[in-house]
Design a protein around this ligand. Structure first.
Ligand SMILES: Cc1ncc(COP(=O)(O)O)c(C=O)c1O
Length: 415
């Protein structure tokens, strides 16, 4: 731990020269010249000894930083089986596959493909759906985010980031939130799949109405297109249930999971699917593989994370209402700055009047000891993502920091 407690200028300098300079500069400003040293629960310790609450982090530390049970499980896997031969059966991968099936819809979603980043799971689902149906066309949703690798980016609704590689992206139609959008698109030409986030994360924490998703899923299924729920950000209880789509009765052909699946410690993602969608992998076992898929330490972390989801149910429920009330109070007090708020589960959203106000709030909150996440494709929106282990005192302190940040932004932008 102390190895990182000095040398911040060297770290920042190396990052500026050898990593992405714009990101390095943002890190320097938010950390006020300090860098990450270690973290515990909802708190991150910086190299200058300062502590900040982490309500951002790309929605990964749902269980907080370094949850002891996950760290312990990873240590054990490293001692026992730090990598797998890929020629012999991997007990960790088999165990987590069985657990994921049990946790979602054991009578329908019976097959699992394991990756590391969320985009890996998106790519797997996309490829299987196209291979199985023979249709090189997919339906996605306006405002949706599915990652930045080429297939995932094709699904992502982000014109600015798609433009430089547009010619290489496949045929994806991004649908408006209209009831007959899927039926209409499918009469134009068939599609392999309909892919959506039940709650759009990077798109501004937008909740897609369950009745709309039911109609869309039925229309897609009737036309032979697979229904794929990307719950990489909203699933695993972040927005309440293990799977928002399964809970809403959408009967998806696949649920995609990632981010906190590795317990906030290891990279792990999964596509949990029906036999039908998985069929190309039954026909050709090596149709879609990756060297580190099913990594034992990642799977061990995932098994411990699934245990935590089973045992922490009450904690999740306890935070939900206070988060919504706390954010709503910010709208009441600063209506010209915070124009709308929402909270679903442990996913809170603050919509600002302008992108500049949202950006400024990140800086002002960071200065006061609270890290928040800006939505990638809806930059007027900030996500407030408390880890489930956040204590009441930490919640109170976060609320005070955010209130003071909004006040500062209101003063600075109303002049
Ligand atoms: C809904 C959703 N899908 C896919 C991804 C891509 O995940 P990753 O960045 O781990 O590849 C993200 C990342 O933010 C996401 O929010």
């Amino acid at each position: 731990m102390t190895a990182h407690l000095d040398g911040a200028p060297t770290v920042l300098d190396s990052a500026r020269h050898h990593l992405v300079p714009g990101v390095a500069e943002r890190h320097r400003i938010i950390g006020a010249g300090a860098v990450e040293a270690t973290a515990n629960g909802a708190e991150v310790l910086l190299s200058n000894g300062r502590k900040v609450l982490d309500f951002g982090s790309y929605a990964v530390p749902l269980f907080g930083h370094r949850p002891p049970a996950v760290v312990e499980a990873v240590h054990q896997a490293l001692d026992e089986m730090p990598t797998s031969t890929r020629l012999l059966a991997n007990p960790y991968a088999a165990r987590i596959a069985a657990r994921l099936v049990q946790a979602l819809a054991p009578d329908r979603l019976t097959r699992v493909w394991l990756g590391l980043n969320g985009a890996d799971a998106v790519e797997a689902a996309l490829k299987l759906a196209i291979a199985r149906t023979g249709h090189a066309s997919v339906l996605a949703v306006e405002g949706g985010f599915h990652g930045k690798s080429m297939g995932a980016l094709a699904l992502t609704s982000d014109p600015e980031r798609r433009k430089p590689v547009q010619g290489f992206l496949g045929d994806v139609r991004h649908l408006p939130l209209e009831p007959d959008a899927v039926a209409r698109a499918l009469t134009e030409r068939p599609a392999a799949a309909l892919v959506f986030e039940p709650v759009q994360g990077e798109g501004g924490g937008r909740i897609l109405p369950p009745e709309l998703l039911r109609r869309w899923s039925a229309d897609a299924r009737a036309a032979g297109a697979f229904v794929i729920a990307d719950e990489i950000q909203c699933g695993l209880r972040r927005c309440g249930p293990m799977s928002v789509a399964v809970e809403a009765g959408l009967e998806p052909d696949a649920v995609l999971l990632g981010k906190p699946l590795g317990g906030g410690v290891m990279p792990l993602s999964a596509m949990v699917s029906t036999e039908a969608l998985y069929a190309p992998l039954i026909a050709d076992p090596y149709f879609h593989t990756a060297t580190f898929g099913g990594h034992p330490a990642s799977c061990a972390a995932g098994l411990a994370a699934l245990d935590l989801l089973d045992t922490m149910g009450d904690l999740f429920a306890a935070h939900e209402a206070p988060l919504g009330q706390w954010l709503a109070a910010l709208h009441e007090e600063f209506p010209d700055v915070v124009v709308e708020t929402r909270a679903v589960g442990l996913f809170g959203v603050l919509q600002f009047a302008t992108e500049a106000q949202a950006g400024l709030t990140i800086l002002e909150a960071g200065r006061r000891g609270l890290l928040l996440a800006q939505c990638l494709t809806a930059p007027t929106v900030l996500r407030v993502l408390p880890p489930v282990v956040t204590t009441q005192n930490q919640m109170k302190s976060a609320a005070e920091s955010l209130r003071a940040a909004c006040q500062a932004v209101a003063r600075r932008t109303s002049a």
